[in-house]
Design a protein around this ligand. Structure first.
Ligand code: ADP
Ligand code: MG
Length: 726
């Protein structure tokens, strides 16, 4: 099949698309019945477990108490019976290695009974601990090969669930993944540790305010997931989309997103059907997805859940990504979670809405109604200000990947400078506190903590500043730099730990002044906040984060601007970051170094793969197409000469020049790829400084050829086709 035929077939497949399976019927089975139907949740446990076991387990889940070693056998057996009733034949420990993926290895419930038959078995031991052969997951030097095994440990706080396949179902048990010596090899372990640290420090602060709570204080997360949907026939004709998840070539479409006619527009029919099935699948798994809409770029969409406890939200977001990918196939499409699948139009992010609190207290970033509650709110907010100022570079490092680098600092995403948007009113309040004179009672424009009430802060201000990476939005912060394909785990761990450190600092400073005398609290808070603002409010910026002026201003303020992944990742093993994480028992120095190394390697491997693809595609797809066109033009010239025209064809000269440039650039990149660096960082740096520009150069020639070569010779589906034929 010639290239162009593949392209035409793809277009005709899109046009003639018909759904292949019966439509869903939400009237027959209501979403309320579906929701959580595949989850081993509180209700199932209450109905099925012996009362004492249920109570004991709930204490572990809700209050974070140690698991009673006598109960796993009972729980496992009940879980197995429930799963088998739902058609399960296998179980798997689900874990989240540092690749950012979800990993699973299935085992059958079935064991031979020794008499020629078999029985279904699942013990507490199997529930609690698994031993996947984990040697091929990245460990960054934490495991030597002779003890390559890691083990998975049941995360009691994230419920088990059933996944369906047309041929059966299986039981999934969320787990943490650690090495035999206890080092974290995954995204979950540090998240659980950081939640614990947060609980301790937040409670210290709450105690100063006389607030008690039975429940642990934890993080809450609401990740807004953006994605692209492209007809899979196009993807099969584009090796770059298929392998790299993004287009490495492609001339700009005549129409992009400049009409702003896509955002919140009517969702195309096939896409809406897809969304409904995604939601139905996620409802079954108890994922509270709520919002769906078109995003800014053509063929770009968003799905957002109601926020949940951070650990659960992280697991659920992984399920959202898996479900998006899986269901898209059933609708003849591919879901691209890449941060920048198409140059020149918006990429995809994952705004991470973050707060601290619990079910009893609500969000501690919520101002409240009384001066006393306001004071407490200001303390938590100030902790965030201080944290972001001290550890902005760390937060930047948690979103450092090859794919996210294309998006950060472009026109759709905040720059790599971590600043905080507070909104006018709140910024003004903090300004007053900073300027306020102690003991001087209420002066005009000066706020006295514990006496004055905050001005009403807009809960969800319509004029939200979208250019800020870290914005206060009424009862939470929105961290906007996370990439669409990333786990939110890494950023959550950093946020929790940064908050812990700052709350620790604040509690200690306030305690020093009050020495247990609660009457001194307000004055102490005033003093401590004033100092924090003097030292740290340079991180607050309410203006346009995209502007050139801000980049200059940020530099003056001494805020780091780590533009690329190789610049950002070394922060993970810097002294202050190691001290931060070890102090709160979240990550050890070895764990941090291994993470840095793994992420650097992933960065280099990603670019290396893309570069190989670029050379291959330039040589085997683009060059031949352009050369055929060149031959046609040359033949035309010869023919014209034959009938007496002395014809110099500008188009022929143009194509010939571009072809030569393309070939030279491809040869150059090919040579550049033969190279060995001394370590992971040098390799990443090389990829960033040498390979990426060489790839861009090839692309520029290829894209300029796409703009002149006869369309019927060009085999790669164009941006126009991929983005607008749905
Ligand atoms: P927008 O696109 O306007 O920013 P969305 O409704 O798409 O808003 O997403 C907002 C996200 O923030 C939702 O997931 C929502 O549940 C979450 N959210 C709301 N309140 C909190 C909170 N206190 N803590 C964490 N997340 C929250
Ligand atoms: Mg949204």
């Amino acid at each position: 099949m010639s290239g162009i035929q593949a392209r035409l077939n793809a277009i005709s497949a899109v046009i003639n698309y018909k759904p292949s399976h019966a439509p869903l019927n939400f009237n027959e089975t209501k979403p309320t019945e579906i929701f959580g139907s595949n989850v081993f949740n509180e209700k199932v446990m209450k109905d099925r477990l012996p009362k004492a076991v249920f109570k004991s387990l709930q204490k572990t889940i809700e209050l974070g108490q140690k698991l009673d070693p006598s109960i796993p056998d009972v729980v496992a057996n009940t879980m197995k019976d429930w799963a088998i009733e739902k058609g399960a034949t296998h179980f798997t420990h689900v874990f989240f290695p540092l690749t950012g993926m979800t990993a699973e290895k299935h085992d059958a419930f079935l064991v031979p009974d020794g008499k020629g038959g078999a029985i279904a078995e699942f013990s507490g031991k199997l529930l609690i601990q698994g031993e996947p052969d984990a040697s091929s997951f990245p460990s960054g030097g934490l495991r030597s090969t002779f003890e390559a095994r890691g083990y998975t440990a049941w995360d009691v706080t994230s419920p088990a669930y059933i996944l369906e396949n047309p041929n059966g179902t299986f039981l999934c048990i969320p787990t943490a993944f650690v090495s035999w010596s206890g080092e974290a090899l995954d995204k979950k372990t540090p998240l659980l540790r950081s939640n614990q640290a947060l609980n301790v420090q937040a409670k210290r602060v709450l105690k100063l305010f006389g607030v008690e709570t039975k429940l642990p204080v934890t993080s809450f997360a609401g990740p807004e997931q953006e994605y692209f949907l492209i007809d899979r026939n196009f993807v099969f004709s584009r090796p770059d989309l298929l392998i790299a998840g993004r287009s490495l070539f492609g001339a700009k479409s005549a129409k992009g997103q400049e009409f702003e006619d896509q955002y919140f527009g009517v969702v195309p029919r096939r896409v809406l059907s897809f969304m409904m099935e995604v939601e139905r699948e996620l409802f079954k798994l108890g994922v509270p997805v709520k919002t769906r809409h078109n995003e800014v770029a053509p063929s770009q969409f968003e799905i957002a859940p109601i926020y949940e406890q951070g650990n659960l939200a992280t697991d659920h977001n992984q399920m959202v990504m898996t479900t998006l990918r899986g269901v898209a196939k059933r609708y003849g499409m591919v879901c691209l979670l890449h941060e920048k699948p198409f140059a020149g139009i918006n990429g995809s992010g994952k705004h991470l809405n973050y707060s601290v609190g619990n079910a009893e207290l609500g969000s501690l970033f919520d101002p409240g109604d009384t001066p006393h509650e306001n004071a407490q709110f200001l303390v938590f907010c100030a902790a965030a200000i201080r944290g972001l100022h001290k550890y902005g570079a760390l937060l930047r490092a948690t979103v450092a990947t090859a794919s996210n680098d294309h998006r950060l600092g472009a026109n759709e995403a905040p720059p790599a400078i971590m600043s905080m948007y507070l909104g006018e009113q709140l910024a003004d309040v903090f300004d007053q506190i900073k300027k306020g004179k102690l003991k001087a009672s209420k002066q005009k424009g000066i706020m006295t903590i514990g006496v004055d009430t905050l001005p009403p802060l807009p809960m969800d201000p319509g004029d939200r500043n979208r250019t800020s990476p870290f914005a206060f939005t009424g009862n939470r912060f929105e961290f906007r730099a996370v990439g669409s394909s990333q786990s939110i785990g890494g950023s959550l761990v950093a946020l929790n730990t940064i908050m812990s450190e700052s709350l620790d600092f604040l509690a200690t400073e306030i305690e020093k002044i009050t020495k247990g005398d609660s009457k001194k609290l307000n004055a102490a808070v005033q003093t401590v906040l004033q100092k924090i603002l003097k030292d740290h409010d340079t991180v607050v910026f309410n203006g346009d984060g995209y502007s050139e002026a801000w980049h200059k201003e940020a530099e003056k303020r001494g805020l780091p601007n780590l533009k690329t992944t190789p610049d950002a990742l070394p922060i993970l093993s810097s002294k202050p970051v190691i001290e931060l994480f070890t102090k709160y028992g979240v990550l050890t120095e070895a764990e941090l170094k291994s993470r840095e190394e793994i992420y650097l390697e992933q960065y280099a491997k990603t670019i290396n793969t893309e570069a190989n693809l670029v050379v291959r595609m330039a040589t085997t797809i683009i060059f031949p197409a352009a050369m055929r066109y060149q031959s046609e033009l040359a033949a035309c010239c010869t023919n014209l000469k034959a009938i007496g025209h002395d014809y110099k064809m500008a188009a022929l000269q143009d194509v010939t020049d571009k072809l030569r440039n393309l070939q030279e650039a491809a040869n150059k990149l090919d040579k550049l790829l033969e190279h060995e660096a001394k370590d992971a960082h040098a390799e990443a740096k090389y990829m960033c400084d040498k390979i990426l520009p060489a790839m861009a150069e090839i692309r520029s020639y290829a894209d300029s050829l796409e703009a002149v070569v006869a369309d019927d010779l060009w085999s790669l589906p164009s941006y126009q086709e991929m983005l607008f034929i749905r």
